[in-house]
Design a protein around this ligand. Structure first.
Ligand SMILES: CC(C)(COP(=O)(O)OP(=O)(O)OC[C@H]1O[C@@H](n2cnc3c(N)ncnc32)[C@H](O)[C@@H]1OP(=O)(O)O)[C@@H](O)C(=O)NCCC(=O)NCCS
Length: 212
C-alpha cells in the first residue's frame, strides 16, 4: 500500500514557560490573521510596531501586510491554541536586502514567541539569499533591540529612532526552532500553506479569543 507524501503544516515550538506554539508561513491574502494579531496589541505595542499611533489598522495596511508571496514578502505567524498571536516578516528592499518587522500580542509577550518567529524568518531570509536585514525601532524598545541583536541587526541612533542593518545570523543551537523544519515547510508549495490557512480559520471559534 502506498501512502501520500506527508506535508507538515506547522513547526512546533516549546516556549520558555513550558507552553507551546505552532509556526507556519502566512498564506497570501490572510487578512484575518493580520487583523487578529493587531487586535491583541496594546496601543503602546501598536505604536512601537508602526512607529506612529495606530488605533486602527487601515484597510490598505491590512491588505499590504497580508500580501505575501513567499519571496519578496515573507511572513510567519505563531499560533497558540489555534489563535494567531504573533507575526514576523521580511520585505525585500533590493535583491539582497530586506526590512524585518515583528509583533506579538501583549498577552503572550515574554514567552519566547518573538524569538521563535525571528529565528524562523531569518532562517528563511538566509536561505533566500538575503545578506542584509534592516530595521527601525523606537528607543527604549528593549525587547525589540534584543530580538534584532538575535537576528544580527546592529542599531544606531538616527533622527530620534534606532536604525540598523546586519547580516542575518544563523539560529543558535539553543533556538526553540528547528531550522531544517522551517526550511522544509517554507519549501512546500503555496497550496500547503493554503491548507494550513484553512485549518487555522478554526481560531475564530476558539472560546479564549479574549485579546487576539
Ligand atoms: C518585540 C516583541 C515582538 C517581542 O516579542 P516577545 O514574544 O515578547 O519576545 P521574546 O519573549 O522572545 O523575548 C525576546 C527578548 O526580549 C526580551 N524581553 C521581552 N520582553 C521584554 C521587556 N518587557 N523588557 C525587556 N526585555 C524584554 C527577552 O528577555 C528576550 O531577550 P533574550 O533573548 O536576550 O532573553 C514584542 O514585545 C512586541 O510585539 N512589541 C511591539 C511591537 C514592536 O515593538 N515591534 C518592533 C518594531 S518592528
Amino acid at each position: 500500500m502506498t501512502h501520500p507524501p506527508t506535508h507538515h503544516v506547522h513547526v512546533h515550538v516549546r516556549l520558555r514557560d513550558g507552553g507551546s506554539a505552532l509556526l507556519r508561513p502566512l498564506a497570501g491574502g490572510e487578512v484575518s490573521v493580520v487583523e487578529a494579531v493587531f487586535e491583541g496589541l496594546s496601543s503602546q505595542s501598536r505604536r512601537r510596531r508602526f512607529l506612529v499611533p495606530m488605533p486602527r489598522l487601515p484597510g490598505g495596511h491590512r491588505r499590504t501586510l497580508a500580501d505575501v508571496d513567499g519571496d519578496r514578502h515573507v511572513a510567519w505567524v505563531a499560533l497558540v491554541h489555534g489563535i494567531p498571536v504573533g507575526l514576523c516578516r521580511f520585505v525585500r528592499t533590493s535583491a539582497d536586502s530586506a526590512e524585518l518587522a515583528f509583533e506579538v500580542v501583549d498577552e503572550h509577550q515574554g514567552r519566547g514567541i518573538g524569538s521563535a518567529l525571528v529565528d524562523a524568518v531569518t532562517t528563511v531570509a538566509r536561505d533566500r539569499g538575503i545578506t542584509w536585514l534592516e530595521a527601525t525601532v523606537e528607543p527604549g524598545n528593549a525587547a525589540s533591540e534584543a530580538l534584532l541583536a538575535r537576528a544580527g541587526v546592529r542599531l544606531v541612533a538616527a533622527d530620534g529612532l534606532l536604525e540598523g542593518r546586519g547580516t542575518p545570523r544563523a539560529v543558535r543551537w539553543s533556538s526553540p526552532v528547528n531550522p531544517r523544519a522551517v526550511l522544509a515547510l517554507a519549501a512546500q508549495p503555496a497550496s500547503s500553506s493554503s491548507t494550513a490557512a484553512a485549518t487555522s480559520s478554526s481560531w475564530r471559534s476558539e472560546p479564549c479569543l479574549a485579546t487576539s
